[in-house]
Design a protein around this ligand. Sequence first.
Ligand SMILES: [Zn+2]
Length: 292
Amino acid sequence: MRDVPKQQIAPVYRRRIGDIIVTAVSDGTLTRTHEMMLGVGADEARGHLDAACRETFVLSVNCFVVHAAGRVALIETGSGSYLGPSAGHLITNLAAAGVTPDDIDAVLLTHMHPDHSAGLTDLASGQANYARAELVVHETEPRHWFDDAAMARGTEREKKLMFQQAREQTAPYRDRMRTFTAGEVFPGITAVPLPGHTPGHTGFLIESGEERLLIWGDVVHMPEVQVPRPDVSMVVDTDPEAAAATRRRAFDMAASERLLVTGMHLHFPGFAHVVREGDGYRLVPEAWVQAL
Ligand SMILES: [Zn+2]
């Protein structure tokens, strides 16, 4: 008898954008319920899942390595040890992409939630996982998550997983943190503020030659629902109304400009176009090709 495979192999996907190579590397997946969404009851959620031939809501947790102008950026660090064993696999999976943590010149964060920033630091040792990297983030993110008054208003879960996590995970990077408001933050990468999900939530537009890719962070968590219904926000959004307005604006831009997008919670690797459909939108996943 031959042994059957017992676990998934490292999910890695490459895409060329002009002279820049973007490598999607998975941190794993999270399973969530409709209760994570605002204003979507069990029956409606079931209808969206049925339409997508799915039993549950599965969120990919995607990270992206960018090779540009002889330098290497990592966009997001995954979940580390904060969200259970189905996620937190980024560093293992980076190896399959031929990337070691010491290769990373800069870590760019879309925001400081635990599925994005909790892989910065090894909690047990307190050591930075990316020893050489500067930490690059919108100036409003540390300002919000390091604010004691804002933390005091949070639920216990928010205090631990968001405020405390952001503080302990960024601690070894304090003397090498670079904040921005907009503009080019790394060669070929421009920050696109997309506030609402968090106050400093930011997408990254990668541009080289005639080609562009928008990595839109957490504009979408549950594609089965939020793409056809962009008005649906999440309980974890700091400002749900602003998040919905940002989502409409991002979808409208992507559809009008035929812009290639991907995101942290689109099903891995997430590269897709957005097209208008009815009152909402539809994602058209990109076909995989052998040539890079
Ligand atoms: Zn997220």
